[in-house]
Design a protein around this ligand. Structure first.
Ligand code: GLY
Length: 490
């Protein structure tokens, strides 16, 4: 059996590792623009190969898969999906795990995703407006003085999301200026790069609450969920600094400490409804991974912030090492639309993943790039941790940083706190050869940060359950003088 994995980050290293554990002993091949030392090692060990190449090029990927004679392809990152790599493989009759370009609109276009949720009246939807022109977005902001989240309407690697609270009337003009500046920044610096989408700016109601990700496999009919994971997006301790792709993540023994089983199950029901609606809209078969990036909000309880048409990174690194179900069997069930017959099995452990990034990331990737990286893997193993390599490239047998998160440290334990202690010890085993600084977040998985999240979730839960018992879940209420109470349906 031969399997081809597309992508070269830590998520793809975790996916490759899951295939490596399969009893079917597949030969593992990978296509990636960088040479990830972890993936390379596994490929070689199984008699496969890592091919440096253009992962966004459907013809190149299909030619490579055909030449290698692989049984199926697994696509890790989102951009190959948006570029139609699964469509190209399917046209040649090569089975593929990865949502096709139409279905992956659920991640690519935030306006499509929000529109779909409204059309099918799926719970956990937020009020939003999408704009094709900067002029319309700026004009709207002058009229609409509210707390909002302003985002690029296309998935742009998590860049450009800004949440602006606007509650003090006397600050209205100041807040308006901040919102306008951010819209201009998205338009000129982020969305200008993408020509494959009409909607440019998305403005939606601001929400607050603990976030979590529910990653699921789907064969287009059945949705099978992994345990929930919480990612931490900000670069620095205690949610400070710019947004990144994710600096680290936690999963509990079975459940996250701030989430109830009912909330997790409701989150899965939302994802199931979206998959059903998506199938009706795209009118095509699709198979792959779909993940809800969720928030517990006062308005809805479980609420969709975004969808991923893939595993999250670093979230994949928390759950894939725990997966006991055979990865090859799992993929075959997806491909033959028999996912309803599968029950996922996991090792019962809490996990902590910590990303390590070179100074400069995320805003000055040019500075963060090109530094030699030295990792004492033996010591990490002795300490009980594991390494999943990310944005690094093996050049002349030397490992160089690629400008993003260089690697992820994985640790498991009986509790998140225990896993956190192991992960923190492992961090000292990673350094640069030229003295360039590296950073990570020690707070992720710490007792202090867990306590904060539990307190926040308790507050949010008390409000949304009150709203639920009063029949106003998902509704907005306003008072207009002379007209009384107006209830807007969400
Ligand atoms: N962890 C965020 C992402 O995968 O986009």
């Amino acid at each position: 059996m031969k399997v081809l994995i597309v992508g070269g980050g830590a998520r793809e290293h975790a996916i490759t590792d899951a295939f490596y554990r399969s009893v079917h002993n597949p030969k593992i091949y990978a296509i990636s623009s960088n040479v990830n030392p972890g993936i390379l090692r596994i490929c070689r060990d199984t008699g496969g190969e890592l091919i440096r190449g253009r992962i966004l090029d459907p013809i190149f990927v299909a030619n490579t898969a055909e030449k290698l004679g692989v049984d199926f392809v697994f696509i890790g990152p989102e951009e190959p999906l948006f570029h139609g790599v699964p469509d190209g493989l399917e046209r040649r009759g090569i089975p593929v795990i990865g949502l096709n370009s139409k279905a992956s609109e659920i991640e690519k276009s935030k306006a499509f995703m929000r529109g779909l949720m409204w059309k099918y009246k799926i719970p956990g939807r937020l009020r939003f407006k999408a704009f094709k022109s900067i002029e319309d977005a700026l004009a709207y902001i002058e009229e609409y003085a509210e707390s909002v989240a302003i985002k690029p309407a296309r998935q742009a690697g998590g860049k450009g999301v800004k949440v602006i609270a606007d509650i003090q009337a006397y600050l209205r003009k100041v807040k308006e200026e901040i919102k306008k500046k951010h819209i201009e920044r998205i338009y000129s610096k982020i969305i200008a790069r993408y020509e494959d989408i009409d909607d440019k700016i998305l403005i939606e109601e601001k929400m607050e609450g603990p976030e979590y990700t529910v990653q699921c496999l789907t064969d287009g009919e059945t949705v099978l969920a992994f345990p929930p994971v919480q990612d931490n997006k900000h670069a620095f301790e205690m949610e400070m600094g710019p947004e990144t792709g994710g600096m680290g993540s936690i999963s509990g023994k079975g459940m996250l400490p701030f989430l109830t089983t009912e909330e997790y199950e409701e989150s899965i029901r939302i994802i199931e409804s979206v998959v059903k609606a998506l199938r009706r809209e795209v009118n095509q078969d699709f198979r792959g991974v779909i993940s809800g990036q969720m928030m517990l909000t006062m308005v809805w309880g479980p609420t969709i912030i975004e969808f991923y048409s893939r595993f999250g990174d670093p979230e994949a690194t928390n759950v894939l090492p725990l997966l006991e179900t055979d990865m090859v069997d799992l993929c075959e069930s997806i491909l033959s639309k028999k996912l309803h017959k599968v029950k996922l099995r996991f090792k019962e452990k809490a996990t902590v993943v910590k990303a390590i990034a070179p100074r400069g990331y995320p805003n000055r990737r040019d500075l963060a790039k090109g530094h030699p990286l030295i990792v004492d893997e033996e010591k990490i193993e002795k300490l009980g941790g594991r390494i999943f390599y990310g944005s690094v490239d093996l050049v002349n047998s030397k490992m160089l940083t690629g400008g993003s998160r260089a690697l992820e440290i994985y640790a498991e334990g009986e509790s998140i706190e225990e896993a956190n202690e192991i992960a923190k010890k492992c961090v000292s085993c990673v350094r640069t050869g030229d003295g360039w600084g590296l950073f990570y977040r020690s707070d992720i998985g710490s007792p202090f940060s867990l306590r904060r999240m539990i307190e926040l979730s308790e507050l949010v839960r008390s409000v949304y359950t009150y709203r639920k018992t009063h029949g106003i879940l998902g509704k907005s209420i306003d008072w207009i003088p002379g007209r009384g109470k107006i209830v807007y349906e969400s």
